[in-house]
Design a protein around this ligand. Structure first.
Ligand SMILES: C[S@@+](CC[C@H](N)C(=O)[O-])C[C@H]1O[C@@H](n2cnc3c(N)ncnc32)[C@H](O)[C@@H]1O
Length: 277
């Protein structure tokens, strides 16, 4: 990307960061020990922890899952291109650092609609010409795939890993998350991969409680916690790799990317990796 010497892309002027309403990106940053969050985000996390005490471990385990999946795809499946939808704020061991640790030529595009991600991502990536951060609404597949940084870095004739990690629960049913995944995979060649995790519960009362909490906290900028069976429909037409869709802390454990014990299972991150045949 985004060589610092290049003219800023057209989306460089973004909406200002709203510090009066909690943001999912900044709440998650706080859970991961980051500093790019505000008092409203920390207060929302405090309330969420009171309602669902296992959420801090869940957030860290989700990030470790993302890191294991990227490392697995780069090291074992030879993937060299990654589009990270809903990438979140930069933290340690980001997708490009893991993928480029396997092959420095690996290309990564981060997509997020929160302006704070663009600001911090650009600073982190100023020297990395194989990586870009794009502010876009991932639901607008057309705009994402037409973005100059995506067309510059991603070769659609070669396999791509499309990451939707802990983000599709931000998309309400009315915006058709399954259709979003399908649109992306229509554009990607055979041999491409989906990395997915999603907040899930089998208990309708838990789903309602946590969905209501997140919708209220974010002023409606959220989707819903879903039952695992609905999340499975997002992978239609793809072949799921072993061990299947699971509570993500149990997905291909690796001591190099291990998280805390997942103590609370009232809601989980449910996910795995699948391949386009
Ligand atoms: C919980 S964080 C997950 C970050 C990262 N994927 C991970 O799992 O470590 C969800 C991120 O998705 C972003 N997001 C939510 N809805 C989005 C949308 N429609 N388009 C782009 N990004 C979105 C949020 O701003 C936030 O940064």
């Amino acid at each position: 990307m985004a060589d610092a010497t290049q003219a800023p892309p057209s989306d460089a002027v973004t909406s200002p960061v709203d510090t009066s309403t909690p943001s999912v990106a900044r709440m998650y940053d706080f859970y991961l020990g980051g500093k790019d969050n505000f008092a409203v985000d920390r207060e929302a996390v405090r309330q969420l922890d009171a309602a669902a005490p296992g959420t801090a471990a869940l957030a860290i385990n989700n990030r470790r899952f993302l890191q294991r999946a990227v490392r697995t795809l780069a090291a074992e499946y030879g993937v060299r291109q990654f589009i990270d939808h809903g990438s979140g704020l930069p933290t340690q061991d980001n997708v490009h650092q893991i993928a480029q640790g396997v092959d420095p030529a690996s290309r990564v595009v981060y997509i997020d609609n929160d302006p704070i991600v663009l600001a911090h991502g650009r600073a982190l990536l100023a020297e990395n010409s194989n990586t870009a951060v794009v502010q876009a609404d991932m639901r607008d597949t057309e705009a994402v795939f037409a973005h100059p940084e995506v067309t510059r870095l991603i070769d659609l004739d070669r396999p791509v890993a499309a990451l939707f990690v802990s983000v599709l629960h931000c998309v309400p049913d009315s915006d058709d998350p399954a259709g979003l995944v399908a649109r992306v995979f229509d554009r990607l060649p055979s041999g491409s991969f989906l990395v997915l995790s999603h907040l899930a519960s089998d208990d309708p009362a838990v789903r309602k409680q946590l969905t209501d909490f997140m919708l209220t906290s974010t002023g409606g900028s959220w989707g819903c916690v879903r039952p695992p069976a609905q999340i499975e429909t997002f992978l239609e037409g793809l072949d799921v790799l072993e061990p299947g869709l699971v509570e993500i802390s149990t997905w291909r454990p690796d001591p190099a990317f291990a998280g805390p014990e997942q103590t609370s299972l009232e809601w989980i991150e449910y996910g795995g990796v699948a391949r386009k045949p």
